[in-house]
Design a protein around this ligand. Sequence first.
Ligand code: AMP
Ligand code: MG
Length: 415
Amino acid sequence: MTVTEHTGQSAMQSVDDYLSEVLAAIRPLPPRELGLDDADGAVLTQDVAAAWPLPPFDNSGMDGYAVVAADLAGASPDRPVTLPVRAEVPAGDTRRHELAAGGVIKIMTGALLPPGADAVVPVEWTDGGSADGRVTFGRPVEPGNAIRRTGGDAAVGDVLLTAGTRLGPVQIALLAAAGHGTVTARPRPRVTLISTGNELAEPGQPVSPGQIWESNSRMLAGAARQAGFTARRHPIVPDDKAAVLGVIEDALADADLLVTTGGVSMGGEHDVVKAALADLGTVGFRKVAMQPGMPQGFGMVGAAGTPIFTLPGNPVSAYVSFQVFVRPVVNVFQGLDFERPVSHRAVLAASVRSPRERRSFLRGVLDRSAGRVTPVSGQASHQLASLARANALVVVPESVTELAEGTEVEVLELP
Ligand code: AMP
Ligand code: MG
């Protein structure tokens, strides 16, 4: 049976249907050549192979002495071997210091191994050297000791990173170590957050009764960064159709995605985001069968067909809508499959209610080790203080209106 048949109200779109529609509409960003400083969070579109060996030359793994191992074959505490120090090679010394048997070269970690040397003796195994330019060894050394061989980490042609890899700190370090100054990848998508509402004032500014301090844009910019976007907040936009359209137009210049909050409910001309964008005809407004977050808009704007989400203004609705619908599109922008939120099973520590035919995302505190989730008090869509205490969303399916304490439920971890 469909939702419409159950309720007799105007049809609501299911959460899953709406998410599928959104995901199908997002096009991957074109790959670009990115400098390493701009590559954090980018996703490779091709394998990266080593063009040089890693390490690129034989070098010392320790501070000590480069030796010919055979010279120390008989060394013991009772019969130590003393040899002259012929030279000293610090890291970064590009000169060629050849070593002949019967002498040693003092060497630092990372310094080029002198040709002729076949082992490095750590300074701790010696007397540390004397003022007359000699050093004494009380034990032998295995050939190859403390030498980092050319290509020992990766050989030329080895695939270092595969297409589809998201670049984090270590992957970027590897690219740098392998000598790449740039990389071809899909960058993090850029989102601009736009808050609308005549009642909104900048935090820190005085307000009169009837006004509130704006909170959505900071919340969503932070959530967007957690999700992997590059995020910018636009200053507050008044409830004025022309102003809303003008801001959207401007924001298109440097955004891959726009997210507005407010102005999409049932307030007619007061809901100016809906009124303004409805005229364009490219953004679809609908009711999604969920709570919070029922009024949703999604579509494309501008010449490039930039996707836009118009989220409801209530902070909890905006946040839950963001996590459920906006967060998953990051991966799609970067050519990857969308990632489902981390989900757990847990037992309800208190009974809950949910409206008919809507999927509820109740705010809760999940104790993972105990496998329990406690709904926070204050489940209304404006109750940001309650949201701030929560670390998870309890999912109550569409078909369910009540769940008793002790019932096992699905719980989504909040980032
Ligand atoms: P709206 O979706 O515009 O009808 O707004 C619903 C509720 O959310 C109203 O109480 C608004 O004052 C509030 N609201 C809208 N935008 C914001 C915002 N950016 N920050 C905080 N509250 C907001
Ligand atoms: Mg409003």
